[in-house]
Design a protein around this ligand. Structure first.
Ligand code: VGL
Ligand code: ZN
Length: 202
């Protein structure tokens, strides 16, 4: 459908098996994501793309453990293992991902002091990536999300898309979750409350 786009979130080596921030079950989603890509005319990819020493890396802080939370100027922020460093192999897309059809690749998380789960708005909730303007300029009204990680970048992107006025679906079997402190269940509830359709691959 011409008014519909598939948005594939962060299918990168560091989020897959053996990666720096491996999401359980990530590799198993690749065939599901590829199947979706084959079925959509309009495909957009996102790529987590941090400079070395990014503020969201636990290694950038003194005595901070990965997966702990610290207070940033914009609020609480989880600290992660170093991942998706710009130009590193871990930041590349999974080698089996069908990237050829992608019409656009959105990079996010490149501001050294701000993390960005959402593909629309960074974690300060103010800095915009420009994706909203691009999608509206292309005339899309319906967005379908899949990829990694379900409970962070996929869910935050889907919720922002809904807030921006798009009709939104998340394809659950083409996602995998980090599930930190119950985040998977919490985001399932938030997605439902936001009026987002939770589906499975056709
Ligand atoms: C992500 C944590 C940190 C994600 C990215 O893609 O869900 N999660 N950076
Ligand atoms: Zn990241």
């Amino acid at each position: 459908m011409p008014n519909e786009a598939l948005i594939v979130i962060d299918m990168q080596n560091d989020f897959c098996d053996g990666g720096a921030l491996a999401v359980p079950g990530a590799n198993a989603t690749v065939p599901f994501v590829n199947r979706l890509i084959s079925r959509y005319d309009n495909v957009i990819l996102t790529q987590d793309w941090h400079p070395a020493g990014h503020a969201s890396f636990a290694s950038s802080w003194k005595d901070a453990a990965p997966f702990s939370t610290v207070q940033f100027s914009y609020g609480p922020q989880t600290l992660w293992p170093d991942h998706c460093v710009q130009g590193s192999p871990g930041a590349d897309f999974h080698p089996d991902l069908d990237v050829v059809k992608a019409q656009m690749i959105v990079r996010k998380g490149f501001h050294a002091g701000i993390d960005s789960y959402s593909a629309f708005r960074e974690n300060d909730r103010m800095t915009r990536t420009g994706l909203d303007g691009y999608l509206k300029a292309r005339g899309f009204t319906r967005l379908v999300f899949c990829g990694l990680a379900f409970d962070y970048c996929v869910a935050w992107s889907a919720i922002d898309a809904r807030q921006a006025g798009f009709d939104v679906a998340v394809v659950l079997d083409a996602t995998a979750a980090i599930d930190l402190d119950g985040s998977r269940k919490r985001m399932m509830t938030e997605l439902r409350q936001a009026g987002i359709n939770l589906t499975e691959t056709p």
